[in-house]
Design a protein around this ligand. Structure first.
Ligand SMILES: [Zn+2]
Length: 322
């Protein structure tokens, strides 16, 4: 143990979302030290939002008891869109930041090593590949089903970026060419059909009414389905089938060992999952895609932090040059 700790390296990991910021010091054996989490208040002030991030991360370092000099760099996951690898962000769910030079500002606050910033769905994919349900998979895709639908690809044991860092945007696979309009401008994208808010909207359009005391959101819809509401069941079945269909297309194209499904809305219960597995089985029919494993990641944030740390702890697999 002493020897392993002697050789261990540490990275500061930051995960920035629209409603919360999380940070931790991550040791190269996957241990999370000094994990810290703060809620994000609505703000239009870009510097205030940045201050919350820096304070949250600095506190994580403090609590971890790892000296700042022992931290080799900072890995950060943040909602997109962003300019990569520059890390200039305009997250849909963080209105305070438009063309905000987040990577450069973090580098000023934590000047002792590289700061690597990528899409939060990419961080999650790296975490799933390093220490999650896809550990050991040479080729894998992580799909995050949440407010939006995102993804990240590991091919041949290396994070795959594409030409602009946007590889893995599975939310915009076309599921129904004549389907609902997507925020991207196309029609029938996976995200337009199966994200949490779009599934709730579909249910409401079909006449779903949350029971009194329940909210018209993903968790409310999941509880309604469990309680026997037929529209809620159909809505979750439709969403799960769409995710399973998209996942099957990806398995057919990429010959994957594993696909990991993560994100808050993926915790919507059996109607979602039964439909997902059913659609995957129907559409992944090539001999090689039939053997692609479909796994759940039900961690709540730890995997994203592990992945963000992975950017700097394992640069040959998960890193990039600026
Ligand atoms: Zn789209």
């Amino acid at each position: 143990v002493a020897d392993m700790q002697h050789n261990a390296q540490h990275a500061l990991a930051i995960d920035i979302g629209g409603t919360k910021i999380a940070a931790a010091v991550v040791r190269s054996d996957g241990e999370l030290l000094g994990q810290n989490r703060v809620a994000v208040q609505p703000t239009r002030d870009p510097n205030l939002m940045l201050k919350w991030v820096i304070d949250c991360a600095a506190r994580a370092v403090e609590v971890s008891s790892v000296p700042a000099s022992g931290i080799i760099g900072v890995g950060c996951g943040c909602g997109g869109p962003m300019k990569w690898p520059e890390g200039i962000v305009s997250p849909i769910n963080i209105p305070a930041w438009r063309d905000f030079p987040l990577r450069r500002r973090l580098a000023s606050a934590f000047p002792d090593g590289p700061v690597l910033l990528h899409n939060d769905a990419i961080a999650l994919a790296v975490g799933d590949h390093w220490r999650g349900p896809a550990a050991g998979a040479r080729n894998m895709l992580a799909i995050t089903v949440s407010t939006g639908i995102g993804g990240g690809l590991i091919l041949d044991n290396e994070l795959f970026h594409g030409k602009s860092g946007n590889a893995g945007h599975v939310g915009h696979i076309i599921i129904e060419p004549d389907g609902p309009r997507c925020a991207c401008g196309a029609h029938g994208c996976l995200e337009a059909i199966a994200s949490g808010p779009n599934t709730v909207r579909w249910a409401l359009d079909q006449g779903w009414q949350p029971a009194s005391g329940e909210s018209a959101d993903g968790p409310g819809l999941a509880r309604a389905a469990e309680a026997g509401d037929d529209i809620a069941r159909r809505a979750l079945t439709r969403a799960g089938a769409a995710v399973g269909t998209g996942a099957a297309s990806m398995a057919n194209v990429l010959d994957l060992d594993a696909i990991v499904i993560a994100g808050g809305f993926s915790r919507s219960g059996r109607y979602f999952w039964d439909a997902l597995h059913g659609a995957f089985g129907s559409y992944a029919r090539m001999r090689f895609s039939q053997t692609t494993r479909v796994e759940r990641d039900e961690s709540r944030g730890e995997t994203s932090l592990l992945g963000a740390a992975g950017f700097v702890l394992f640069p040959e697999r998960y890193g990039w040059s600026l």
